[in-house]
Unconditional design. Structure first.
Length: 265
């Protein structure tokens, strides 16, 4: 297994049969020509999030098909603009808008060309979510989305599956990936491509929205999937020609933007 250096404990919990058999996010994946590939995570987070990001990076690097490396960020927390060939990770007070975290990926065909993760301190500064277990769950989950994973389960109230890819009201057992997540990554990255989008060096195609900033829900495009409880969770902004920006949202439990009176700050 491939791990980044750092002080963290990896917790792997056995797969529970009730989990979703396939939790790939469509057919989206990073193009590359060998495994394991190394994906850089840009550190644009404050000190309260640094250890959380490090834990998520080490956890996901236990995969046999990918490693992650934390590098100096190329943007700022509030702005959080994407960088070609990598994932920028940011935190800021994005407002009382109902989301804890979002993951956005830029797509050409089925290939991911860049991504961002945002975690919303407006909600994480409240007594409910200002807890290490919630920070770890959301950070781990949003980074997992940028690899091409979706949720294993979307029932808030059933028994936790022991994975951060579980949409759950109980974060304590769900702070890290589990074996099923690693197995799904093997499935997603079982084939090789003729080009690479990792690092951006060999991709000759350009995305028309490469430098776009899509923070607000009104900029995310059409809804393409909902949770079992009817929460809108995946949005798609289609620019034509196979060029898309796809947004995955982790909402505050019981809330969803568009059903709230709160306005973004």
């Amino acid at each position: 297994m491939h791990r980044n250096m750092g002080l963290a404990t990896l917790v792997v919990i056995s797969f529970v049969p009730a989990a979703q058999a396939n939790h790939a996010w469509s057919n989206y994946h990073w193009a590359r020509q060998s495994n394991p590939f190394n994906l850089r995570l840009g550190d644009n987070v404050s000190t309260v999030w640094d250890g959380v990001l490090s834990t998520a990076s080490i956890d996901w690097s236990a995969s046999t098909v990918l490693d992650t490396t934390i590098v100096t960020g190329g943007t700022t927390g509030r702005q959080c603009r994407a960088s070609l060939g990598r994932v920028e990770v940011c935190n800021a007070t994005y407002g009382n808008n109902g989301w804890l975290g979002i993951a956005q990926i830029w797509i050409i065909g089925s290939h991911i060309t860049q991504g961002i993760v945002k975690v919303n301190d407006t909600h994480f500064n409240t007594s409910t979510y200002n807890k290490l277990e919630w920070r770890r769950l959301v950070m781990c989950q949003e980074i997992g989305h940028t690899f091409g994973l979706t949720h294993q389960d979307e029932n808030f109230n059933n028994t936790p599956l022991g994975t951060c890819m579980d949409y759950s009201s109980n974060p304590i057992p769900n702070q890290h990936p589990n074996q099923h997540d690693y197995d799904q990554l093997v499935t997603i990255y079982s084939h090789f491509d003729t080009l690479t989008t990792v690092g951006g060096a060999s991709s000759t195609q350009k995305h028309p929205a490469e430098k776009g900033d899509f923070e607000g829900q009104g900029q995310w495009g059409r809804v393409v999937s909902e949770t079992r409880s009817g929460k809108k969770q995946t949005y798609e902004l289609d620019f034509g020609g196979g060029h898309k920006v796809v947004t995955f949202v982790t909402w505050v439990e019981g809330r969803e933007r568009g059903k709230e009176k709160d306005k973004e700050k």
